[in-house]
Design a protein around this ligand. Structure first.
Ligand code: CA
Length: 221
């Protein structure tokens, strides 16, 4: 079963290239030129993936996604951003399950990232990893019948790791996920939080472990 991609991009040349290239890769493709068309075309039952230009003529692509998500769209999003929009403005997108790519990009890289999003969308519940379950209402981490209370920062950190369990999450991605943008976060602050989370996993009797990948980041598995 081929994945169905909705491409929201105002540049006609890029839209044409994406359409042709993605069809050759076996995706089924729908095209929208702006936010208005995207809202008309988007179908949660049909679209598995979204490619969204942030700089649309009638709206910000992020707002379009917000609107689509509030209409029940659960498909992961690959955002396209202009080079000058700055990495910190969009870095948060790479943590919550969505991803972004800076223009100009190599088509093969776009496809590789879409494949990752596609795989990830296969396991739709991003609040479960192994024996761990994150409860966003009570802000607790549960393992079997045991629960550990989490501070808001711990919650966001472990949430980012659970959403991408088995993958290495870089330190800067963890910081983008857990702290307000622009916050100065020292490496040893991250270490302190990781130590606390490890202790909580241990107290819960979880089989899951936070592994250190030296010089890179962490992996929950
Ligand atoms: Ca644009």
């Amino acid at each position: 079963m081929n994945s169905s991609v909705l491409v929201i991009e105002d540049n006609p040349e890029l839209r044409r290239l994406l359409n042709q290239g993605l069809e050759e890769e076996g995706f089924s493709v729908d095209l929208a030129r702006d936010g208005r068309e995207a809202l008309m075309l988007a179908d949660p039952a049909r679209h598995d993936l979204l490619i969204v230009d942030i700089g649309l003529p009638d709206s910000d692509g992020r707002d379009v996604c917000q609107a689509l998500k509030s209409n029940g769209m659960e498909a992961p999003v690959l955002f396209l951003t202009a080079r000058d929009s700055g990495p910190d403005r969009v870095s948060g997108f790479s943590v919550g399950g969505d991803d972004y790519l800076t223009k100009p990009f190599v088509f093969a890289e776009l496809v590789a990232r879409l494949r990752v999003l596609e795989r990830r969308a296969g396991h739709t519940d991003r609040s479960v990893s192994g024996d761990l379950r994150l409860d966003p209402v009570r802000h607790v981490l549960a393992c079997g019948g045991d629960r550990a209370e989490l501070t808001p920062t711990e919650f966001r950190l472990v949430g980012a790791m659970i959403a991408r369990s088995g993958e290495v999450i870089r330190r800067h991605e963890m910081i983008a996920a857990a702290w307000p943008s622009g916050a100065i976060v020292h490496d040893n602050t991250v270490d302190v939080y990781i130590r606390r989370l490890r202790k909580k996993l241990e107290e819960l009797g979880s089989e899951s472990r936070i592994h250190t990948v030296h010089g890179v980041g962490y992996r929950l598995e």
